[in-house]
Design a protein around this ligand. Structure first.
Ligand SMILES: Cc1cc2nc3c(=O)[nH]c(=O)nc-3n(C[C@H](O)[C@H](O)[C@H](O)COP(=O)(O)O)c2cc1C
Length: 336
C-alpha cells in the first residue's frame, strides 16, 4: 500500500489518524482470531469435501449468488449452496408460489426458476467467490441427459467444491427422479460430468429412503442431502385464495429430516450426510448431527431472518464450547 505523505501543517492530526487506523486494524485482527477460535469446533467433512463449518445455506433459500452477503460474511459459513440450476434458463411456476403453513412452516411451488448454468457462471459465481464463499452448486434436469448437460457446463470451474444433484423437487410435474432407485441412479451417474464430488438431494416422500440413498451412492454419489420438501397442500376455506399444492418446509419437516438422516446413517456408515429440514437454532442443528449428519443446512428460517445461517452457526459453536466438544464428536451420538 502506498504511504500517505504527512501533511506538515497538521502533524498532530496525521498522528491521530494513524493511531485510529492502527486501532481499527488491531480490532479486525482480534475479531478474526475470535471468529477462527469460535468456528474451530465446527470443522467437518462431507465425504471428501472438507468444510470449515458444519452450517450451510439450503438450496433455493439463499438465492443464486451473493444475495445473503448483505447480512453476514458468506466466507464464514461452511458453504453457500445455490438454488438449483438447469443447463438452460427456466421460468419456474406462475404465482402464487408460497403460502404460510402452521407453526412457522411454509409451502412453496416455486418450480426451480433460474437463469441457467451459463448465466450463473458469468454473473453469480464471481460475486460469491469475491466474498470468500465456499460454493456448492445444485443442478436439476428433466432427463438424465439434462442433468449431464448442467453438470458438464460446470466441469473444470474453479471454486465449486461439490455438486448437489437435486433429484427431488416436488414442483416439477412428472420429473420426481427421487421416487425411483433407477431414475435416481441415472441422474446421479449423469452428473459425474462435473468432475466434483456429488451429493444426492433426496425426497422424504418415499416408503424407504434408504433404498433410494443406496441407488444414489451406487451411482457414484459420495454424499446424501436429506431432505427436500414434503408434499403438502393448503386450502383457504374462505375461497379467497386458490388452493396451493407444493413442498412443505420449516419446523414441521424437522423430525422427518432427523429420521431420514438417522436411518441413512445406520444403513450407510461411510456416506457423507447433510441434514436439512426445519433448522432454525443451534439445538436443531445438534439434533441432526446426533442423528448422523456430518453437516446441516438452513433453509426456511432464512426467510424469517436472513441472518439465520450465522445465528445457527453461532449457537452451535456456543453449544459445543460450553460442553467442551466438537461437531466431530457429536456426529452420530444418537446411534452409539
Ligand atoms: C422457496 C424454496 C425454494 C427451494 N428451492 C430449492 C431448490 O432450488 N433446490 C433444492 O434442492 N431445494 C430447494 N428447496 C428445498 C430446501 O433446500 C430444503 O431442502 C427444504 O426447504 C427443507 O429445509 P428447511 O425446512 O430448512 O427449509 C427450496 C425450499 C424453499 C422453501
Amino acid at each position: 500500500m502506498q504511504a500517505i505523505p504527512e501533511d506538515p501543517r497538521h502533524p498532530a492530526r496525521d498522528r491521530a489518524r494513524d493511531r485510529a487506523r492502527d486501532r481499527a486494524r488491531d480490532r479486525d485482527r482480534t475479531r478474526d482470531r475470535t471468529r477462527a477460535r469460535d468456528l474451530a469446533p465446527l470443522a467437518t467433512s462431507v465425504g471428501t469435501v472438507r468444510l470449515a463449518s458444519a452450517v450451510m445455506t439450503a438450496s433455493g433459500t439463499a438465492g443464486h449468488g451473493a444475495e445473503l452477503g448483505a447480512y453476514g460474511a458468506l466466507g464464514e459459513l461452511g458453504a453457500v449452496v445455490v438454488k438449483s440450476l438447469a443447463a438452460h434458463p427456466w421460468p419456474g411456476n406462475a404465482g402464487p408460489r408460497v403460502r404460510a403453513a402452521p407453526g412457522g412452516s411454509m409451502l412453496n411451488r416455486v418450480g426451480l426458476q433460474g437463469p441457467g448454468v451459463g448465466h450463473w457462471l458469468d454473473h453469480d459465481l464471481p460475486a460469491l467467490l469475491a466474498q470468500g464463499a465456499t460454493v456448492v452448486a445444485s443442478i436439476w434436469g428433466r432427463t438424465p441427459e439434462e442433468f449431464g448437460a448442467a453438470a458438464g457446463a460446470l466441469a473444470g470451474v474453479a471454486g465449486v467444491v461439490a455438486l448437489e444433484v437435486n433429484v427431488s423437487c416436488p414442483n416439477l410435474a412428472g420429473h420426481m427422479f427421487a421416487h425411483s432407485p433407477s431414475a435416481t441412479a441415472d441422474a446421479v451417474a449423469a452428473a459425474a460430468a462435473a468432475g466434483v464430488p456429488r451429493w444426492a438431494k433426496l425426497s422424504p416422500n418415499v416408503a424407504d429412503i434408504c433404498e433410494i440413498a443406496g441407488a444414489a451412492l451406487g451411482a457414484g454419489a459420495v454424499g446424501l442431502t436429506l431432505v427436500n420438501t414434503l408434499l403438502g397442500m393448503a386450502i383457504d376455506v374462505t375461497g379467497h385464495r386458490k388452493p396451493l399444492a407444493g413442498g412443505l418446509s420449516g419446523p414441521a419437516l424437522h423430525p422427518v429430516a432427523v429420521r431420514a438422516v438417522h436411518d441413512c446413517r445406520r444403513a450407510f456408515p461411510e456416506a457423507g450426510i447433510v441434514g436439512v429440514g426445519g433448522v432454525s437454532s443451534g439445538v436443531d442443528a445438534v439434533e441432526l448431527l446426533m442423528a448422523g449428519a456430518d453437516a446441516v443446512q438452513v433453509g426456511t428460517a432464512t426467510f424469517a431472518d436472513p441472518r439465520s445461517p450465522w445465528k445457527v452457526q453461532d449457537e452451535l459453536s456456543r453449544w459445543c464450547r460450553r460442553r467442551g466438544t466438537t461437531v466431530q464428536e457429536v456426529i452420530g451420538a444418537a446411534l452409539r
